[in-house]
Write a protein that binds this ligand. Sequence first.
Ligand SMILES: [Zn+2]
Length: 237
Amino acid sequence: MNTRTKAFPRNMLNKYKLKPCRDNPMIHFLKTAGILLWLLMATQAFAAETCSYNTYTWNTQQKKAVQLQKVIHAYADITTDERDAITGCTVCIEDQVLITLPAIKPFYMCNVFASKVQNMLETFIRSGEQIEEVTGYRVGKTRGDTDIYGNRTQFSNHSYGIAIDINPKHNGLYDQCIEFTDDCRLIRGGPWQPGQDPKSMQINGQIVSTFKDHGYLWGGEIKGQQKDFMHFSITGY
Ligand SMILES: [Zn+2]
């Protein structure tokens, strides 16, 4: 008896060829949803654990930083003044993102705005703007009323990572300066010399215009006694 197996017809092979093993669509969905849920919970658990930051208070009588301290507490215990009501950004380092650009010391910005700010600065640098120094997140009570000891009582916009200073040595903070004239008094940073100094902000220059297009306010246009030419902020000065 001929025991040799008869060749299986080629068309039948094709017909019965195994397809890649696939889950039932419902199981596939549940698996994917499960992984996503796990990732979400892991991220939340990681992000929500603690809130930590280094801070100081500006004393207007001593004209210096006082009460330097490191604060750590549960993220769930963030107080009203530790969170900016408009942007949701907080004073916690856990909510800040490190921005690195070539030839500039890295700085932090609130995670809500970090990638946008990074893109803007990269564009400025590519188009030849001279950016040498940037400060974003820096926690300190430098705003608002003073208490009986002369201590400021409110966090600055920098404290939440929602303000940015560019080239402070060329874009100073001036006092007694309702209009910018030679009588304005430079109190921080270096002199603002638009047109003469390429690192000074120009009123209608690319940096000022782009930040304003993205909804930032420029410190050079503060109404009142101070002009802060290095400073841009989302929610005001
Ligand atoms: Zn500033």
